[in-house]
Write a protein that binds this ligand. Structure first.
Ligand SMILES: NC(=O)c1ccc[n+]([C@@H]2O[C@H](COP(=O)([O-])OP(=O)(O)OC[C@H]3O[C@@H](n4cnc5c(N)ncnc54)[C@H](OP(=O)(O)O)[C@@H]3O)[C@@H](O)[C@H]2O)c1
Length: 250
């Protein structure tokens, strides 16, 4: 299937992480212009760029973004618009998971989990959606989590923030659909990245084994679903929270 993503301008937050980098790789393979954001690990995107062909290197642009800093959000968006004049696709992939019993969380940890995984993402999305409104076209894909739909011990605030992101996906889809903007979420199950190492270590082994596909997903499997939802091949799909979890959630 031709996804027709060539020359589309894609902003991927959290592109220095495991899933974000796989999403960047997949868009680059389609010939999209990738605006990849990092917070602390610019070095990871530098190393990533070194492995690319010359043609793909020319399509990769990196930007600093700390979601907790409103100035950083504004600077990132205006730099992308100055460099490329538009943003066709936004993939909200930045996130951080803290696994700790709810009653032991400090107020700062609660706030950090809500900000990174929901409230600051919502504000960043609002600013990018305004750019898309002016274009009267755009596609937003939020990387949520299976934990936004299902329960899990030790991740109360992370899960609540992801559930809030799912509701935002649906209500925003309702508000901007007539204006040419689609909004969808992907809810990954367990994906083999640095973030999931601790979760996997604490998870009973039979939990994964009992699931239909019986293994963690790969970042590339998440990226494939993102490409489809972001593309015009999904032109009649909006407000969807799509589980990509090997059946873990059933
Ligand atoms: N791995 C899983 O099993 C799994 C399952 C379900 C959902 N998810 C979701 O998938 C997304 C990516 O996860 P991952 O496994 O790829 O995690 P990861 O490798 O730890 O990457 C996290 C990314 O988010 C960025 N980030 C963190 N805090 C940020 C902030 N305040 N402002 C801007 N960027 C920030 C990090 O940037 P720096 O490293 O540059 O600081 C990094 O690029 C997350 O939203 C996560 O919740 C993951």
């Amino acid at each position: 299937m031709n996804l027709d993503l060539k020359d589309k301008v894609v902003c991927i937050t959290g592109a220095s992480g495991g899933i974000g980098m796989a999403i960047a790789t997949a868009f680059l393979a389609e010939g999209a212009v990738v605006c990849a954001t990092y917070r602390q690990h610019q070095n990871k995107l530098d190393a990533f760029s070194k492995e690319l062909s010359q043609a793909q290197k020319a399509l990769l642009f990196t930007y600093h973004l700390d979601l907790h800093d409103s100035k950083s959000q504004a600077t990132c968006i205006s730099a992308i618009c100055n460099d490329h004049t538009r943003i066709d696709i936004l993939v909200n992939c930045a996130g951080s998971a803290l696994e700790k019993p709810f009653l032991l969380l400090t107020p700062e940890e609660v706030q950090q989990q809500i900000s990174t995984n929901f409230s600051q993402q919502a504000l960043f999305t609002q600013q990018v959606a305004k750019v898309m409104l002016r274009q009267r076209k755009g596609s937003i894909v939020n990387i949520s989590s299976l934990l936004g739909k299902r329960l899990g011990r030790g991740v109360a605030v992370y899960a609540a923030a992801k559930a809030a992101m799912d509701r935002l996906t649906q209500t925003l889809a309702l508000e901007v659909g007539k204006k040419g903007i689609r909004v969808n979420s992907i809810n990954p199950g367990l994906v083999a990245t640095k973030m999931s190492k601790n979760v996997q270590a604490n998870m009973p082994s039979e939990f994964l084994e009992m699931s239909p596909i019986s293994r963690p997903g790969t970042p590339e499997e998440i990226a494939n679903a993102v490409l489809f939802l972001a593309s015009e091949r999904a032109s009649y799909i909006t407000g969807v929270c799509l589980s990509v979890d090997g059946g873990l959630g059933i």
